[in-house]
Design a protein around this ligand. Structure first.
Ligand SMILES: Nc1ncnc2c1ncn2[C@@H]1O[C@H](COP(=O)(O)OP(=O)(O)O)[C@@H](O)[C@H]1O
Ligand SMILES: [Mg+2]
Length: 400
């Protein structure tokens, strides 16, 4: 269980089955599900400290301070000094690079102030977060087996500019973007922080307490952990149900017409507030939700698949670029988490209203049948269930 040495924050990000989830639990969940995290927020909120605290538990980590005068050569040099020697001396072969990348065994890549990096360096950093290095267009996996990325920075408004290269890159490559400004430490946390010492610098915690084995073990266990089928249904709703438009069919197909073409009821509903999640994001959501379930279990409570999926959805998607930014500004106090809560309320109402039908549909599919009576009841944003159930029923029939 990850408990930061120095970083303090008793603000709840979520509550699952009565178990409060704090910032450090969310980071714990990200580590076990191997999701790359970007901590966004104002200066002095402890982002760098939190990354440092994680590094304390994963001693085989690389810490990089983002600077705009760092080029990819210098980055390679920091990753493994032998890279540059190999390039300089002309030992420029795939075998040589493979040898060198095999030796790179960081479990954590921590990048402070990532937005300061130039795009070429950022691209390599994102690759490192995903566990590989790209040289001459070829990907070489790094040798640690488990690696994850954590980065910090304050880009605030720039997230909302869709033309912004940095915002787009972050949304594309980071699985989890948390705006720490909405989950600031409480007065008691800052008091503890102040009384601990009067040193305004980051506490490096050099006397390491190695939790590498434990984190990797938890990561493996999570991959084995069974995913409740309901989570796949919910994920399918986020991909297909949230794409549905009563007037036009699909938000995605409406292209830049979304959300401005929507009128009347649709304009005021979540049809105009949120786009569907990508299949890639849906995978992150399921992974994060599984990790949250395992944390809840360790704290002695029973997991609730719906709440953990919605919590994962909230934190994976608030800054992923699927919210209608002007609606967030106008109707949700400029707080994307509030907007996500509104979407989650609707999703809960939707899911509750379909619960019996979904159960009947799954029963039907399990028996390898296609009952039109059941199928035709799935309509509107639940229409996707028909295709799902028909094909599941066929599959089941074939395997019997
Ligand atoms: N939540 C916190 N818990 C403990 N220390 C904190 C916290 N927030 C800030 N600090 C302390 O304040 C200083 C600045 O924090 P830092 O991590 O550099 O903030 P940021 O990276 O968000 O600008 C450091 O000395 C750090 O230890
Ligand atoms: Mg910092």
């Amino acid at each position: 269980m990850f408990k930061p040495k120095t970083y303090k924050n008793s603000t709840e990000l979520a509550n699952l089955s009565g178990v409060p989830i704090y910032m450090h639990d969310m980071i714990d969940a990200a580590l076990r599900s191997r999701l790359n995290t970007f901590l966004q927020g104002n200066t002095g909120s402890g982002k760098t400290q939190l990354v440092r605290d994680v590094m304390h538990y994963l001693p085989k980590s690389l810490f990089i301070l983002g600077r705009n005068d760092m080029d990819t050569r210098e980055l390679f040099q920091q990753v493994n000094p032998e890279f540059l020697r190999a390039i300089k001396t002309g030992e420029y072969s795939e075998i040589k690079f493979k040898e060198l990348t095999d030796k790179v065994n960081y479990n954590l890549i921590g990048v402070d102030e990532l937005p300061n990096c130039v795009p070429a360096v950022r691209a390599q950093l994102f690759n490192l977060f995903d566990g590989f290095i790209e040289i001459d267009g070829k990907a070489y996996p790094i040798g640690s087996g488990y690696s994850v990325g954590m980065a910090t920075g304050n880009i605030g408004q720039q997230f909302t500019e869709s033309s912004n290269e940095l915002g787009r890159a972050l949304k594309d490559r980071m699985h989890l973007i948390i705006d720490t400004d909405f989950f600031l430490p409480k007065p008691i946390d800052t008091l503890e922080m102040l009384t601990a010492d009067r040193n305004p610098r980051i506490n490096f915690n050099d006397s390491g307490e190695d939790k590498t084995e434990e984190i990797i073990k938890k990561h493996r266990e999570l991959q084995e952990r069974e995913v409740p089928f309901e989570k796949y249904i919910l994920a399918s709703y986020l991909i297909h149900g949230l794409d549905y438009l009563s007037d036009y069919g699909s938000k995605t197909a409406l292209k830049s017409g979304w959300p401005n073409k929507l009128e009347g009821h649709a304009a005021g509903s979540d049809e105009a507030l949120i786009l569907p999640v990508s299949p890639r994001a849906a995978k992150s959501i399921i992974a994060l939700s599984q990790a949250l379930d395992s944390i809840v279990e360790e704290k002695g409570a029973g997991p609730d698949y719906f709440v953990s999926m919605m919590t994962a959805f909230k934190f994976a998607s608030a800054y992923s670029g699927i919210l209608n930014q002007s609606a967030v500004m106008q109707n949700h106090d400029e707080n994307p988490y509030k907007a996500m809560d509104a979407v989650i309320d609707t999703t809960k109402a939707q899911f509750d209203s379909q619960k019996d039908l979904i159960d009947a549909g799954l029963d039907m599919a399990r028996q390898g049948q296609e009952k039109q009576k059941v199928l035709k009841d799935f309509s509107g944003r639940w229409g996707f269930m028909r295709n799902l159930l028909e094909n599941l029923a066929k599959k089941d029939e074939n395997t019997r």
